[in-house]
Design a binder for this molecule. Structure first.
Ligand SMILES: Nc1ncnc2c1ncn2[C@@H]1O[C@H](COP(=O)(O)OP(=O)(O)OP(=O)(O)O)[C@@H](O)[C@H]1O
Length: 336
């Protein structure tokens, strides 16, 4: 999973914790945010990792077929059922079932899935034999299930059974600092797949990609990068190569000269730099480095003095300075 925003880091920590348990998980988030990827990651990190991960898109399979897909059927259960077929729940035995778009499931199937969650058993369509299974269920939806419960289209009991551990995947617009890394990742991936040298993004193109709101989230970004890799002629992706909807997101203040410059991206400009565990961003408009250093020195000295009850010899040790250097610095910074 690509990304180093605080949101993604938090998500990864949660995934690691959740993976160790067998609890049911409900992943929510807009379309294309990476819900399925999260479900796969939970499975991969879980003790069930060597067994099957079985995804099923409850919204994509017609209602009449979904039941037999999930539960399987017995020979003769309906016209055309000329052999017994196990369903996805059975196939996933020992592993994980991923019920995608669970919000689209019909009420009668919701009852049957609730039974699987409660009792870990079911019957195949047309069958009477009870089948016991050992599965972990991870479900996902981009709908507001709480609202669906209020409106009566989703069963409240099933909602609570699913929502044991809720995981929300944030939209890409709320973690824009992940965009440069994701672009780089997809450009590398598609360049390799298309057998061409790795393309680079110029600064202004990246600025447009960062200004755009990505309603289709990471899937939209992935598709955009694939198209750029296939269609861009030169080695560098310039603003002119971008789709109009993305270009329109660029602030109008930037001049045309810069627009055509084709400068290669300096990813540090857009990425947080990690300095001894502290995060620093260089804002678009630049910064006064001497002032920043001064503010940082004042802040660190104040904290060191607070922590040591104002004892300068101890504070200087915390800061890796000689006592006399600390006093000199404080004078210079106007702190005494
Ligand atoms: N953090 C990430 N790093 C790399 N690729 C990602 C990341 N998040 C999502 N993707 C990719 O984006 C695409 C969409 O992700 P995914 O299918 O998991 O989204 P989704 O939320 O399940 O979408 P939907 O709601 O439409 O089913 C996939 O190709 C996935 O591999």
């Amino acid at each position: 999973m690509i990304g180093k925003s605080p949101q993604i880091k938090q998500l990864l920590q949660l995934i690691e914790k959740v993976a160790r348990s067998d609890s049911t998980v409900l992943i929510t988030g807009e379309s294309g945010t990476g819900k399925e990827l999260v479900a796969r990651k939970i499975h991969q990190l879980s003790p069930r990792k060597d067994k099957a991960f079985v995804p099923i898109n409850c919204g994509a399979i017609p209602k009449e077929l979904l039941e037999s897909e999930l539960f399987g059927y017995e020979k003769g259960a309906f016209t055309g059922a000329n052999r017994t077929k196990p369903g996805r729940f059975e196939i996933a035995n020992g592993g994980t079932v991923f019920l995608d778009e669970i919000g689209d499931m019909s009420p009668d199937l919701q009852v049957k899935v609730l039974r699987v969650l409660q009792e870990r058993c079911f019957e195949r369509v047309g069958g009477i034999k009870e089948i016991n299974i050992d599965i972990r269920v991870v479900a996902a939806t981009n709908r507001d299930l709480e609202q669906a419960v209020k409106e009566g289209s989703f069963r409240e009991d099933l909602y609570y059974r699913l929502n044991v551990i809720p995981i929300r995947v944030p939209p890409l617009r709320d973690r824009k600092e992940d965009i440069p890394l994701l672009c780089q990742h997809f450009i590398e991936h598609f360049s390799k797949r298309n057998g061409r040298a790795c393309l680079r993004l110029d600064n202004r193109a990246l600025r447009a990609l960062m200004a755009y709101n990505w309603p289709g989230n990471i899937r939209e970004l992935e598709n955009t990068m694939e198209r750029l890799v296939v269609l861009t002629d030169g080695d560098i992706i310039c603003p002119n190569d971008l789709p109009v909807r993305i270009l329109e997101a660029l602030p109008e203040t930037l001049d045309d000269e810069e627009f055509n410059e084709g400068k290669e991206v300096d990813s540090q400009t857009h990425d947080a730099t990690d300095v001894r565990g502290l995060k620093f961003y260089l804002p678009e408009e630049g910064i006064s480095l001497p002032q920043l250093v001064k503010d940082l020195e004042i802040s660190m000295i104040k904290q060191a003095l607070e922590r040591t009850g104002g004892v300068k010899s101890k504070a200087s040790k915390l800061l890796g300075l000689k006592r006399t250097t600390l006093i000199e610095k404080m004078k210079k910074l106007g702190m005494v």
